[in-house]
Write a protein that binds this ligand. Structure first.
Ligand code: DC
Length: 230
């Protein structure tokens, strides 16, 4: 067990994990590790190397691409005043990992065990050396089974899609609520049904349904749980 405090926050897409994890990390002066950004970085690395999007649903194609590119993928997770940065083979990918293509490829490629093993190793090293708030899909069930605090953050799919839609509209994007909703439901279905370390609530996690809660309420609730444990 790590001698550092490890807080695991898992849940489906758009539940608010990263906003909440970041706020808790800031309050506690822990580091925040966004593990989704790590899967996204590999997805972007594949796309930069000619990944064929029309084959993204082929397990054979995904496996072949992971086999071909995993060894040369060197990921550094760094921190500056803006938070976490992801650097791949010396190139800063941070600003480019949130596009729809990267999102779609990150979910499909994350089903390949060899990629998961490589990223989980790095996640565990970081958690063994730091107080950390880590968010993802499998942190409480697989990556940090002994985490000090485990939270499974949810909200209804409608509410999650609405939040994502409002965010995108506020940033000037022309998006369709129905498409956001459909993509989100499909991604959760895929992330929950993969064989290795699927999205799932750990038996010993505290389930938090944020549908009718404000951000501050969720943050306070998780901070209280954390204080009670440390
Ligand atoms: O949290 P996110 O939307 O940035 O994650 C992108 C994808 O990465 C998600 O659809 C599934 C995958 N992922 C994962 O499999 N395990 C994690 N711990 C984090 C993300």
């Amino acid at each position: 067990m790590s001698k550092f405090i490890n807080i695991a926050i898992d849940g489906p897409a758009g539940a608010g994990k990263s906003t909440i994890a970041k706020a808790i990390a800031k309050k506690k002066k822990y580091i925040y590790l966004d593990t989704g950004a790590m899967y996204r970085s590999f997805a972007l690395y594949l796309l930069k190397n000619g990944f064929d999007l029309s084959q993204k649903d082929s397990a054979e194609y995904l496996q072949a691409m992971v086999d071909k590119y995993l060894d040369s993928f060197e990921l550094d997770v760094a921190y500056d005043e803006n938070g976490q940065r992801v650097i791949v083979n010396g190139e800063d990918y941070t600003g480019s990992i949130r596009t729809p293509d990267v999102t779609a490829v990150s979910s499909t490629v994350a089903s390949v065990p060899a990629l998961r093993l490589k990223l989980v190793e790095l996640q565990r090293i970081i958690a063994s050396k730091n107080n950390v708030v880590m968010d993802g899909r499998d942190i409480g069930t697989y990556v940090l089974k002994d985490a000090t605090v485990k939270i499974f953050l949810t909200a209804t799919a409608e509410e999650r899609a609405k939040r994502r839609y409002d965010e995108l509209v506020a940033s000037g994007s022309d998006v369709s609520y129905d498409k956001i909703y459909a993509d989100m439901v499909e991604r959760d279905r895929f992330d929950s049904s993969r064989a290795m370390a699927p999205l799932k609530c750990a038996d010993d996690a505290v389930k938090v349904d944020s549908t009718d809660m404000s951000l501050e309420e969720v943050i306070d609730y998780i901070l209280n749980i954390t204080e009670a444990k440390i």
